[in-house]
Design a protein around this ligand. Structure first.
Ligand code: ATP
Length: 901
C-alpha cells in the first residue's frame, strides 16, 4: 500500500470516491481501525509540515556582519592595520567579533520566543475510527483516515471528499482565489488543475460553510501545502511597523553621520591636520554617533513582550499586535464564554400551561424538575413539557459524559444544558434513540435556531424538532401545545412577556417547538414558517466569570471602553452587563440591538455605536460595520470573535482576538491574537503587557540616544577646537559595546510601572519621543560632553597623562550612563516609584559594568589595548560627583515636567 499511495497521491481527484477508499484501504462508514491508524502513523509519520529550515549558523553570523557599523569598523580595522597600528586594529576586530556574538544571541533569543508560540494553539481534527468519531490532534491524522469537517474548520490534510452538504472552502492560501470554492464529490479528469479539483479539500484551507467527510489522500509534507512550503520555506519575519520605522530612522541617521564624518575628515585634512589622526577621529565620530544597538533592542523588547503575553495566555500571532495593544481604546467582546463561564444550566421551564424549575447545577445529572410547589414534575402528565424537553435534547449535537468522575461535555454548552435537563426529567438516551434523526438544519448565528427531522416509527410519522431564539421560533409557530398534547391557539404575547422576564434575570432563553409530519416528509427550511407547535421556553443560567467585573473595572480605569457584542437577547445581555459593571449609570442608548442598528440613519451611526456599551442580537455581519464605525471615530479597536463569519471583523479590527478553546480555525487564522483560555481578563492582561512593552521601548531609546549624541559631540568639538580627542575611537567602541548589552538591554526586562493601567491609552499618532523627551535627550548629551570635557581638561591641567585624562573621561561617560539608566527606568516619575531594586537585571548589569570599568582602568592588558591608565581615588570621587550632578539635573527636569510623558 505504501507504494500505491505515494505513487498516486496526486490522482485521487480522478477516481470515484469508492475507488479512492479501496485504494487507501479505508471504510466510508467505519474509517480505519485503531491498529491500522497506529501502524500508518509509524509508517508515514506525523501530519506536520517539516519545520521551515532555519537559517544555518553561518548565514546568521553573516547577517550580523551586514550592517553599516560593522562595515565601517572592518574598513577602519583594515586601514588601521595598514597604518601600522596592530593593537588598535585588533581591538576593532575584537569589537566586530563581540558585536556579532551579541547580535547572534539576541536574534536567537527573539526567534526562540516567537517559535515557542507556535505550539501553543493546537489544532484538532475529527476522525472516524472503528465507527466512532472523536477528536485527535491534527498531527495524528494518517493517510486513509476518514475525517469529518464542518464550517469553521481548517482542513487537516489533503482529503478526497466522499460526502458533503453545502461545502465551501476558502482556498486563497493555496490558489490565491478569494471567493470560496464550491465542493462536490464527483470524479474529475486527471489533468484538472489543483484550483479546480472540486472533490478535494486541501490541508491548510478553511471551510466557510457546510459540512462533509473525506478520506485522507495525503498528509504532512506530501500535501499540496507541504509542496508550497518546500518551495518557499516559511520563517516569520521579526518586523513590525515600529521596527521598520526605527530601522529607517537608524539608516537615515547613519547616512547623515557618515556624511558628517567625511566632512570632518576633509575639513581637518584641508586645515593641515595629519590624515591618520583625522581618519581616526572620523571613525570615532561615526562609531560613537550611530545608534547601532537600536533595531536589535527594539526587536528583543517586542519578543520579550510576546513571551510575557504568552505566559498570561494571550498568544500573539502577528507581532505588530504587541505594539497596537498598548494603544487600544475600545475592546469589543463576546459575552458567552468570554465574559461568562460558558457553563450553562437550565434553571426554568416555561410551558404555556405551567412553570417548572430545574434543580442541580452544572452538567451533573443530579437534580429534578419540580413544579411551583416544589413537587417533582411528571413528564408523562404534561405533553408540552415532554416535547419541550425532547425538542431541546433531540435537536442537539452535544454529548455529556464523565471524565475523572466529573461531568464533561462535547459540543455547544447551550445544547449540553438541554441534554442534561432532559436527563433530569428521565428522558434518557433510549427515549431519544426511539426517534432516530433523518435530517438537520444546523444552528447558525444568522438563523438563530436549529431544526431536526426524526423518524417516529411507533407513531408512523415523522417529527420536526426546533429550538432557538424566541423571536425567531415564535413566528414559525401556528399554535401551541396544551398539557394534554392537543393544539391550542398560540399566545405569542404571553410567551414573549415570559421570555423577557426570564432574560431580565440574566437567563438565556430558548424557545422549543415541534411539528408532526407524514412518514415521507422532508425537512425544508422555506416550508417551516407558520407550521410549528410551540411547546415552551427553556431558560438557562451562564454565570459571569468571577474575575470579569474586576477586568472590566481595570479597563475603565485605563481609559478603555468595553463593549459587549452578543447574539443573545437584549435583556439577558443587559442583566449580565449590569452584573459585571459594563453599564455604570444607565443612560438611554446604552443598549442597542441588531434591529436598532439597522434602523439608525448613517449619519448617527458612529456616534450611537460609540456611546452604547451593549449590542444584543447582533449578527456577525454587523460586527464589521461596528468596527469600522468605531475606527471612523478614531478608536483603536480590539474585537473578539469565534465563528467563521467573525473573520472579516477580526481582520478589520486593529487587534482581532480569537478564542483558542471555543473558536473556529477560521477565526484563529484571521486573528492577531488568540486567547488560550477564552477569558476577557486575558485581554486586559495583554493590553497591560502591550503598554509595558511600549514603555520599555521608549525607555531604551531615551537612554541610548544621549550616549550616541554625546559621543559624537565630544569628537566634533575636539576636532572643531583642534584639540586632542578626550575619548579615543577604541574607547568609544568599548563604551558602546559594554553599555549597550550590560546596561541598555536590561531595560527590556523592566517590570510594568505601578500606575500603568491608570493612565489613558497611548495615542498611536503620537511620536515615540515627545518634545519633552527630545529636550531631555539633548540636554543630557550636552551635559555629558560638558562634564567629560571639563574633567579631561582639568585632569590634564592637574598634570595627569593623556591616557589618565582619557580614562577619567571614559569612566565619567559610563558613570553618567549608569545613573541615567536608573532614571530611565521610569520616564515621568522619580525612580523610587518603581523601586530602586525592583529590576534585578539592571542591578546585575550595573555590577558587571562597574567590574568592566575597573578592568579597563587597572588591567595592564586592557590598558595597552585601549590606551587607558589606572586612576587615583580623587579622580574617582570627581567622576562620582559629576555623575550625580548630571543625574540630579535630569531628576529636576523630570520633576518640573511631571506627567508630561
Ligand atoms: P456571544 O458568544 O457573541 O455572546 P451568543 O453565543 O450568545 O453570542 P449566538 O451563539 O449567536 O450568540 O446565539 C444567538 C441566539 O441563538 C441565542 O441567544 C439563542 O437564542 C440561540 N441559540 C444559541 N445556540 C443555539 C443552538 N445551539 N441551537 C439553537 N439556538 C441557539
Amino acid at each position: 500500500m505504501a507504494e500505491t499511495l505515494t505513487e498516486r497521491t496526486s490522482d485521487h481527484h480522478g477516481l470515484a470516491a469508492h475507488e479512492v477508499l479501496l485504494l487507501l484501504e479505508s471504510d466510508p462508514v467505519d474509517g480505519l481501525s485503531e491498529a491500522e491508524a497506529e501502524s500508518r502513523l509509524r509508517r508515514y509519520g506525523h501530519n506536520v509540515l517539516p519545520a521551515a529550515k532555519p537559517d544555518g549558523p553561518l548565514v546568521r553570523v553573516l547577517r550580523q556582519l551586514n550592517s553599516p557599523l560593522v562595515l565601517i569598523l572592518m574598513v577602519a580595522g583594515v586601514v588601521t592595520a595598514a597604518l601600522g597600528e596592530p593593537v588598535d586594529s585588533s581591538v576593532i576586530f575584537g569589537v566586530v567579533l563581540l558585536n556579532t556574538v551579541v547580535g547572534y544571541l539576541q536574534e536567537t533569543k527573539a526567534q526562540a520566543a516567537l517559535d515557542a508560540l507556535r505550539g501553543m494553539v493546537r489544532t484538532e481534527a475529527r476522525v472516524v475510527r472503528e465507527g466512532r468519531s472523536y477528536r485527535v490532534p491534527s498531527e495524528d491524522v494518517v493517510p486513509g483516515d476518514l475525517v469529518l469537517v464542518e464550517a469553521g474548520d481548517k482542513v487537516p490534510a489533503d482529503l478526497r471528499l466522499i460526502r458533503l452538504s453545502e461545502l465551501r472552502a476558502d482556498e486563497s492560501a493555496l490558489t490565491g482565489e478569494s471567493q470560496p470554492a464550491v465542493k462536490d464529490e464527483v470524479a474529475l479528469p486527471v489533468e484538472t488543475p489543483v484550483a479546480d479539483r472540486r472533490n478535494m479539500l486541501y490541508a491548510g484551507t478553511l471551510l466557510t460553510s457546510g459540512s462533509g467527510a473525506g478520506v485522507v489522500a495525503a498528509s504532512g509534507a506530501e500535501t499540496e501545502l507541504g509542496e508550497i512550503h518546500r518551495l518557499v520555506g516559511a520563517a516569520e519575519p521579526l518586523a513590525t511597523p515600529l521596527t521598520r520605522k526605527i530601522a529607517r530612522f537608524s539608516r537615515i541617521l547613519t547616512v547623515v553621520i557618515l556624511a558628517l564624518a567625511a566632512v570632518t575628515f576633509a575639513v581637518g585634512v584641508v586645515r593641515g591636520e595629519r590624515a591618520v589622526e583625522m581618519f581616526t577621529a572620523a571613525i570615532a565620530l561615526a562609531v560613537g554617533a550611530i545608534p547601532e544597538g537600536l533595531p536589535a533592542a527594539v526587536t528583543i523588547t517586542l519578543a520579550i513582550g510576546v513571551a510575557r503575553m504568552a505566559r498570561r495566555r494571550a498568544v500573539v500571532r502577528r507581532l505588530p499586535a504587541v505594539e497596537t495593544l498598548g494603544s487600544t481604546t475600545v475592546i469589543c467582546t463576546d459575552k458567552t464564554g468570554t465574559l461568562t463561564e460558558n457553563q450553562m444550566t437550565v434553571r426554568q421551564l416555561w410551558i404555556p400551561s405551567a412553570r417548572y424549575e430545574a434543580t442541580g447545577s452544572g452538567y451533573a445529572p443530579e437534580g429534578h424538575i419540580v413544579d411551583r410547589q416544589g413537587r417533582p414534575a411528571d413528564v408523562t402528565a404534561d405533553e408540552a413539557l415532554r416535547w419541550c424537553l425532547l425538542a431541546g435534547a433531540g435537536c442537539n449535537d452535544a454529548s455529556v459524559g464523565t471524565k475523572d468522575g466529573r461531568p464533561t461535555i462535547v459540543g455547544d454548552p447551550t445544547e449540553a444544558a438541554m441534554l442534561v435537563v432532559a436527563g433530569k426529567a428521565g428522558l434518557a438516551a433510549d427515549v431519544l434513540s426511539a426517534l432516530p434523526r433523518m435530517d438537520t438544519l444546523p444552528f447558525s448565528s444568522e438563523r438563530q435556531y436549529m431544526a431536526t427531522l426524526h423518524a417516529d416509527p411507533v407513531a408512523r410519522r415523522r417529527v420536526v424538532l426546533v429550538k432557538g431564539a424566541v423571536e425567531r421560533v415564535l413566528p414559525l409557530c401556528r399554535a401551541q401545545m396544551g398539557a394534554d398534547g392537543t393544539t391550542r391557539p398560540l399566545d405569542p404575547d404571553a410567551a414573549l412577556h415570559a421570555a423577557d422576564g426570564l432574560a431580565a434575570e440574566g437567563l438565556r432563553v430558548l424557545a422549543t417547538a415541534v411539528q408532526f409530519v407524514a412518514e415521507d416528509a422532508d425537512l425544508d427550511e422555506s416550508a417551516l414558517g407558520g407550521t410549528l407547535l410551540f411547546c415552551g421556553l427553556q431558560a438557562m443560567l451562564d454565570p459571569p466569570r468571577p474575575a470579569a467585573a474586576d477586568a472590566v473595572a481595570a479597563c475603565h480605569a485605563a481609559g478603555i471602553a468595553v463593549k459587549m457584542i452578543t447574539g443573545d437577547h437584549a435583556k439577558t445581555a443587559t442583566a449580565i452587563a449590569g452584573a459585571i459593571g459594563l453599564l455604570p449609570g444607565r443612560h438611554p442608548g446604552d443598549v442597542l440591538t441588531g434591529a436598532d442598528l439597522r434602523e439608525l440613519p448613517d449619519a448617527d451611526y458612529p456616534d450611537a455605536v460609540d456611546r452604547a456599551a451593549v449590542f444584543a442580537r447582533v449578527s456577525p455581519e454587523q460586527k464589521l460595520r461596528l468596527v469600522e464605525a468605531l475606527q471612523a471615530r478614531g478608536r483603536v479597536v480590539a474585537m473578539t470573535g469565534d465563528g467563521v463569519n467573525d473573520a472579516p471583523a477580526l481582520r478589520q479590527a486593529d487587534i482581532g482576538i480569537a478564542m483558542g478553546a471555543g473558536g473556529t480555525e477560521v477565526a484563529k487564522e484571521a486573528a492577531d491574537m488568540v486567547l488560550t483560555d477564552d477569558d476577557f481578563g486575558t485581554i486586559e492582561g495583554a493590553v497591560e503587557e502591550g503598554r509595558g512593552v511600549f514603555d520599555n521601548l521608549s525607555k531604551f531609546i531615551v537612554w541610548t540616544l544621549p550616549t550616541n549624541m554625546g559621543e559624537g559631540l565630544v569628537i566634533l568639538v575636539a576636532i572643531a577646537l583642534g584639540s586632542a580627542l578626550p575619548i579615543l575611537p577604541t574607547q568609544i567602541l568599548w563604551i558602546n559595546m559594554t553599555t549597550a548589552v550590560l546596561l541598555g538591554l536590561t531595560l527590556a526586562f523592566e517590570p510594568k510601572e505601578p500606575g500603568i493601567m491608570h493612565r489613558p491609552p497611548r495615542d498611536p499618532a503620537r511620536p515615540l519621543l515627545t518634545r519633552a523627551l527630545v529636550i531631555r535627550i539633548l540636554m543630557l548629551s550636552v551635559l555629558m560632553v560638558a562634564a567629560t570635557w571639563w574633567l579631561f581638561e582639568w585632569e590634564l591641567g592637574g598634570g595627569a597623562s593623556l591616557a589618565e585624562a582619557r580614562t577619567a573621561a571614559v569612566n565619567l561617560f559610563v558613570g553618567i550612563e549608569v545613573l541615567y539608566l536608573f532614571s530611565c527606568r521610569t520616564l515621568d516619575a522619580p525612580v523610587r516609584r518603581v523601586g530602586l531594586l525592583s529590576n534585578r537585571w539592571v542591578l546585575g548589569g550595573v555590577a558587571l559594568q562597574v567590574l568592566a570599568q575597573a578592568a579597563l582602568t587597572y588591567l595592564p592588558a586592557l590598558n595597552s589595548a585601549f590606551g587607558t591608565a589606572p586612576l587615583g581615588l580623587r579622580t574617582w570621587l570627581f567622576i562620582a560627583a559629576l555623575s550625580v550632578a548630571a543625574w540630579t539635573i535630569v531628576a529636576l527636569d523630570k520633576r518640573l515636567r511631571h506627567r508630561i510623558v
